[in-house]
Write a protein that binds this ligand. Sequence first.
Ligand SMILES: CC(C)=CCC/C(C)=C/CC/C(C)=C/C=C/C(C)=C/C=C/C=C(C)/C=C/C=C(C)/C=C/C=C(C)/C=C/CC(C)(C)O
Ligand SMILES: C[S@@+](CC[C@H](N)C(=O)[O-])C[C@H]1O[C@@H](n2cnc3c(N)ncnc32)[C@H](O)[C@@H]1O
Length: 370
Amino acid sequence: MSKGLVVGLHHRFVAARNRVLASPGFQRFAARCWLTRPVARRRARRLFDLVAGFVYSQTLAACLETGLIALLAEETQASAAIAARIGLSHEATLRLLRAGAAIGLVERVGDRWTLGSDGAALRGNGGIAEMVAHHRLLYADLADPVALLRGERAGTLAGYWDYDKASDSDAAVAAPYSRLMAASQPLVAAQILDCYRFARHRRLLDVGGGEGRFLESVGARVAGLELALFDLPAVGARAQTRLDSAGLGDRVTIHSGSFLVDPLPAGHDLITLVRVLHDHDDAPALALLRAVHAALPPGGRLLIAEPMAGTPGAEPAGDAYFGLYLLAMGSGRPRTPREIGAILAAAGFRTSRLVVTALPLTCRVMIACR
Ligand SMILES: CC(C)=CCC/C(C)=C/CC/C(C)=C/C=C/C(C)=C/C=C/C=C(C)/C=C/C=C(C)/C=C/C=C(C)/C=C/CC(C)(C)O
Ligand SMILES: C[S@@+](CC[C@H](N)C(=O)[O-])C[C@H]1O[C@@H](n2cnc3c(N)ncnc32)[C@H](O)[C@@H]1O
């Protein structure tokens, strides 16, 4: 069968399916019939969650901002005691507790309250609380999503991620985003270290390495690997301070500059780009990969770690969350492994492959060979 015919049949099937699903008569029938009712209820619930998801997110933000989650992680409490600790009226506290319980964040046990299973899982993921707090900025830009898509956005998130100012040594701009990245490194560092054998290399350069939190994890796991970091001047200064106080100052060399303008330092057999490539549009992304290629020796490796588009089972995280996040930020896009592979090839890399990570939702890894 020709490809055109297959695509044509697919179109007709999708159009017919959508006509049936959109019909109020079919929906009424499916909800009443005992055979189709479970599916209809599941679909309705899924659609309701899409419609109301922003309320759930804001409930989570309130549970974190009031300190409710941290409080319940310490001890089980009665609602009156919780109200006194989180600074809300008893009535408002009960409303928040009931909302939190409905979405699995907290749980009632007798007449006391504790963390729910999702609240408990949240505690085990360093950096999520900070992510939720900074979503206030994205939320402001998303208040008018069509204006954002038209490019008429307020630019709240873009002001937070102002790499141009950090490039001009603006420490006040570099500090908040660098702190957020350091706090959320646990979401990615362990996965990267678990999926690739860093010990096979001698010298590692982490490009766009932020405050050096990733290199701290590498240093703790892999003895004998020489470490270096490259980032914008204002961020490089923060990395120096952090790594000095972590006692790694002697083991890590900090290089400051812009990878879009300055050549990267040579002499490293492994270069890492952790949550860096997706920040950049296609032309600067290609320029960055060319700069990495030029800095690596023949046979040297590049490791790219970031959330990617089209991740099976985590599709909304790629094109929906990071797609709109990076639009609000003002540059970049999530890419599929295939798209990254194509830019790597254009930059001159001989081979590239995807490596399996534990939680592809938060981080996928590709290895390219020069
Ligand atoms: C024994 C019992 C009780 C049960 C057994 C059943 C069982 C196995 C249950 C599983 C329990 C469990 C282990 C749960 C684990 C849950 C985990 C690991 C949850 C992880 C969630 C991760 C989340 C929500 C990550 C969110 C990440 C975000 C929002 C990242 C944002 C990143 C940004 C904005 C990055 C910006 C950088 C830039 C600018 C794009 O470059
Ligand atoms: C999203 S952060 C990731 C930080 C770190 N790799 C991590 O995962 O925690 C991107 C990093 O790239 C750096 N960066 C952005 N543009 C840069 C440029 N032109 N030259 C050097 N570093 C740059 C930023 O300062 C920031 O530290």
